[in-house]
Design a protein around this ligand. Sequence first.
Ligand code: GTP
Ligand code: SPV
Ligand code: MN
Length: 583
Amino acid sequence: MTTSNRELQNWVASVAALTKPDRIHWCDGSEQEYQTLVAAMVQDGTLIKLNQDTHPGCYLHRSNPTDVARVEHLTFVCTSDKPSAGPNNNWMEPAAAHAKLDALYAGAMQGRTMYVVPYLMGPYGSPYARAGVEITDSAYVAVSMRIMTRMGAKALQHIEQNATFVKGLHSIGDLNPERRFIMHFPEELTIKSFGSGYGGNALLGKKCHALRIASWQAREEGWLAEHMLILGLEDPHGQTTYVAAAFPSACGKTNLAMLLPPTEFAGWKVWTVGDDIAWLHLAPDGRLWAVNPEAGFFGVAPGTSTKTNANCMATLGRDTIYTNVALSDAGEPWWEGIDGEQPAGLTDWQGRPYQPGNGAAAHPNSRFTVAAAQCPTYSPHANDPQGVPISAIIFGGRRATVAPLVYEAFDWEHGVFVGASCASETTAAATGEVGKVRRDPMAMTPFCGYNFGEYWAHWLSFSAKSEKLPRIFHVNWFRKDGNGRFMWPGYGDNMRVLKWIVDRCQGKGQAVTAPIGYLPAADALDLRGLTIDPATVRELLAVDAKHWQPEIEHVGQYFDQYVEAIPAALRDQVQRLAQALKS
Ligand code: GTP
Ligand code: SPV
Ligand code: MN
């Protein structure tokens, strides 16, 4: 295979001249190609075949133990001037970044196959879909891209008809963390990634393209590229309300997107449109419509069970690639939190006989890669070219204290402030300390491809363009009591909170006004069938000034680093809230 697109042809030739692969393989995305690549990886040990009776089409991949998560300190946005990248990004001058990476790529693919992977982000035929080509020397990345994106011949056709595409160059190099970089050149629609084979570092369609590069394009073109799940909530009358929710990595997006309502919500259905990324466009009807640019889930394994997420477990029944989970002696995948007792004879994520002294059996950031179409609740509208209309945007985070279970912003401007002032405890999805509270506006700290100050201004600009924007909410499933236990059951029971959100969108749903926004009135949350102490519910919905005053002070200090880029409206919101908390 080759292409009629001259730019693509020339780029592939120049990359081959630099990296010197033994072979070049243009991926067509066919089932046969997938099976051939998988078989070769089973041969060379890149993949381990799992028990095909219980897990047909499932494989285990063990990544290099130094390469298990996104590396934020090695991720750069390389714009021609530094302020464009903002204090929220690492920056390197583009020419210097190219020189640094090209030196690493020189000869890096010797003895390897270079895969040319054309892909489309967004539904076929969607005016919002965007194409890319990833060149990679990892067969694992190539097959993962087939699951996660619309990859192959049809994507190439799209490129040949539409010309522009994002160029992503990826080499695993020698996986030395000292020589690992994830570089973005938004002005050139180019990504260069070296030295990692893991997740968002290596599957370039995902965070690199669909968030960092796309957020840059979205600002220029008047739309939004966000770290959001998309789900539809169908009520017993058949009316569906769509919501999009931004939570930081490993803070519950996949689980909320696949939620199964508790038995008390008979007649309600939840439809999964996306679990990680949303592209939102203002349509002529004044509403924000969302497409999921992805076609698969790269989801966190630990904590997933038939109790927490039966829907996800059903999705994983076949044709799934697991990465860094543990292995039972029956050849089945295993992780902390999965159903049943821990079996004897486990092999841990590094391939060692499991020993408690070596830490968890599955890596805390171990994941599954699976086609979204396998999800039993995958929305019949997930491939609609125009997307689905969003009625509510939900921000959230992992906060043991401060943030209540749910509240609603007063209006769009206040909602943008609520998103911009989000914070969350860090997780294993990125290297570094876990459990440390950091500010994570719109759950985009690691993913916004430009200055956050300008990003918030872009968000604010939507209110002048429409009067039918979604309502904005904030949720927190992760409040803990004095004994360190979660106070809210979470998972399927989050439906109770979503129901209040739907009610609010329909002009129902009683609320009380607090300085931070509207909170559910007493009894407005449907808690039928839930065993929870009323005092706990009151605490989950309390706004404690002695927690919020230092919080808002911290938000103000955080905004200060954006100097003149910060919109005045957000500064005013800080002032207003600080005042309101005093009285
Ligand atoms: P990324 O893929 O990294 O963006 O993560 P995500 O936001 O999709 O998070 P995910 O749904 O995979 O959940 C991450 C972890 O949080 C898993 O271990 C879940 O079991 C756990 N989790 C998800 N939802 C809840 C909840 O409502 N309550 C509690 N206590 N834990 C949850
Ligand atoms: C995240 O960290 O938000 C993920 C996983 O979704 S990764 O693809 O590695 O970015
Ligand atoms: Mn994510």
